[in-house]
Design a protein around this ligand. Structure first.
Ligand code: HEC
Length: 103
C-alpha cells in the first residue's frame, strides 16, 4: 500500500512538473522553500557560503541528477534527511529552482 501511494505521488509529481504552462512550476516559490526548509543542511544558493558538512549542495545534486530523479528523491527522501512532507507542487517548484542552479 505504501509503495503504491509513493508510486502514485511520483506520477503526480512528474505530471505537475511537466504539464501545461498554466500549472508550471514556480522557481521563485522553490527558492523560498529551499531557503526556508533546506538551507540548514544544504547549500541551496550560489551566494550561500556554508551548511552541514557532507550534505550535497543543490547545484551539485542538480548536476548529477535529472529532474525526475530529484522529484523521486523528494517524494520519498533518504532516511538521513527529515521527511518534510512536501506537496507535489512544492516538489516541482524546488526541482525547477534547483535546475536553475545547474541548467
Ligand atoms: C537535517 C538536514 C537536511 C535538511 C533540512 C534537508 N536535507 Fe536534503 N539531504 C540531507 C542529507 C544528509 C542528504 C544526503 C543523504 C544521503 O545521500 O545519504 C540529503 C540529500 C538530498 C538530496 C539528494 C542529493 C543527491 O546528491 O542525490 C536532495 C535532492 C535533497 N537532499 C533535497 C533537499 C530539499 C529540497 C530540502 C528542503 C525541502 C532538504 N533536502 C532538506 C540532509 C538534509
Amino acid at each position: 500500500m505504501r509503495k503504491f501511494s509513493f508510486a502514485c505521488l511520483f506520477g503526480l509529481a512528474l505530471a505537475t512538473a511537466f504539464s501545461a504552462p498554466g500549472s508550471a512550476a514556480d522557481v521563485a516559490q522553490g527558492e523560498k522553500i529551499a531557503k526556508r526548509w533546506c538551507a540548514a543542511c544544504h547549500v541551496v544558493a550560489q551566494d550561500q557560503k556554508q551548511a552541514s558538512v557532507d550534505v550535497p549542495t543543490f547545484a551539485d545534486a542538480a548536476r548529477r541528477e535529472s529532474d525526475q530523479q530529484l522529484s523521486a528523491f523528494l517524494v520519498d527522501p533518504h532516511p538521513k534527511m527529515p521527511d518534510l512532507h512536501l506537496s507535489r507542487s512544492e516538489i516541482a517548484d524546488l526541482v525547477a529552482y534547483m535546475r536553475t542552479l545547474n541548467p
